[in-house]
Design a protein around this ligand. Structure first.
Ligand SMILES: C=C(OP(=O)(O)O)C(=O)O
Ligand SMILES: [Mg+2]
Length: 400
């Protein structure tokens, strides 16, 4: 029933206005699925390779599509093995991880369509759909997502005490609005960055004050605990030649960076710190995790790139206590699932994530529910971000 009869690929716009790959998968009984690849800006050195959309589409049409016809969409591993076989490299550099992930997600949706089940249930089983991830909402940002703003890439609201996913989603939107008020009161103008977060021209120190104040105001209003966290995207701050983290005119050694982050965790009671250190420094990650991992999540994004081998190295070293899962970093849903399972077996929390360049695709909302992830990072406002947040609200309302 779920045998694939056709795979079509096209170029569509992503949220930055760049071309990305969209895939449609059809099955012999009329099942239909559509998936679109997101795209990063602060990409990790060890991510699977994204090719220019046109090139990726041409290569996938030539090498992958013929292999996929006849494969059962309901057998996700068979689909993803066919993609790996068609590519023949470790990093999808032959057909592009963008076509691979778009097809992998489209096939899953086509299978769910045939089965008449929501995607999260097809991927996660009959008992999923009761637990929901806490959404991490980007409210202030800079780094590679907005020039002339903060050095730290993302300040993330974390509504850890929300009684429901819907209340959590609305709390993050309220923090985003409260940040605008606080900035306005301080006379700071702010545009938005790639993910819809405010991108004010202020120091990191002032951004901490602004977010702290905005979170306090909303916490008082909603009556449940809201904390906040960071994506420091420190690999982007790290200068290999200087062997130091560069914050404008200031630099910090690895030891100073560890000290700085540990201090921030305590001062602001941070719930979450992603990529606080360079992607090649497992040792420093381990040291920081040892110091503050009992009271906050230290998450590896560029460090692990959703890759089981890199995650295993991290587990062996005691580096981080959580992993960011971005399916396009590794190329297929099966690979992303493997990373989630390895993390879960070793007590690492999982955080399913969007990219800074996104589309209306909602797969990651389903993936988070299907894998029982503790957190999802998918922005706060903006259509490509609310697409995922609203899908979570619909899943909770049994309306998908
Ligand atoms: C979402 C992120 O940004 P990008 O997609 O640019 O890697 C991130 O670094 O976590
Ligand atoms: Mg990151």
């Amino acid at each position: 029933m779920t045998r694939i009869t056709s795979v079509s690929l096209r170029r569509v716009l992503d949220s930055r206005g760049n071309p990305t790959v969209e895939a449609d998968v059809l099955t012999e009984s009329g099942g239909f699925g559509r998936g679109a690849a997101p795209s990063g800006a602060s990409t990790g050195e060890y991510e699977a390779i994204e090719l220019p959309a046109s090139e990726s589409i041409a290569k996938a049409r030539e090498h992958a599509v013929p292999r996929l016809e006849g494969v059962y969409a309901g057998d996700q591993r068979a689909v993803d093995n066919a993609l790996r076989g068609a590519d023949g490299t470790d990093d999808f550099s032959a057909i592009g991880a963008n076509s691979a992930v778009a097809i992998s997600m489209a096939a899953a949706k086509a299978a769910a369509d045939v089965l008449g089940a929501p995607l999260y249930q097809h991927l996660g089983g009959a008992f999923r759909g009761e637990n929901f991830p806490i959404p991490l909402g980007n409210v202030v940002g800079g780094g590679e997502h907005a020039k002339e703003a903060t050095h730290i890439q993302e300040f993330l609201a974390a509504p850890v005490g929300a009684p429901s996913v819907s209340e959590a989603v609305f709390a993050n939107a309220a923090v985003h609005a409260a940040v605008a008020d606080v900035l306005d009161e301080r006379g700071v103008p702010a545009a938005k960055g790639d993910e819809g977060a405010w991108a004010p021209p202020i120091s990191d120190a002032e951004a901490f004050e602004v977010v702290d104040e905005a979170v306090d105001r909303v916490e008082e209003e909603v009556g449940f605990e809201i904390r906040f966290g960071l994506d420091m995207a420190a690999a982007e701050l790290f200068d290999d030649d200087a062997e130091a983290y560069v914050y404008g005119d200031e630099t910090k050694s690895a030891d100073e960076q560890i000290e700085y982050v540990a201090g921030l965790v305590d001062e602001y009671d941070l719930a979450y710190v992603e990529d606080p250190l360079d992607e090649n420094d497992y040792e420093a990650f381990a040291e920081l995790t040892d110091r503050v991992g009992d009271r906050t999540l230290i998450c590896g994004d560029d460090l692990f790139v959703t890759n089981v081998e890199r995650l295993q190295d991290g587990i062996d070293a005691g580096a981080a206590n959580s992993i960011l899962i971005k399916p396009n970093q590794i190329g297929t849903l099966s690979d992303a699932f493997d990373a989630v399972e390895l993390a879960a077996r070793n007590g690492y929390e999982t955080v399913i994530s969007h990219r800074s360049g996104e589309t209306e695709d909602t797969t990651i909302a389903h993936l988070a529910v299907a894998t029982d992830a503790g957190y999802i990072k998918t922005g706060t406002v903006g259509g490509e971000r609310t697409a995922k947040l609203n899908e979570l609200v619909r899943i909770a309302d049994d309306a998908v």
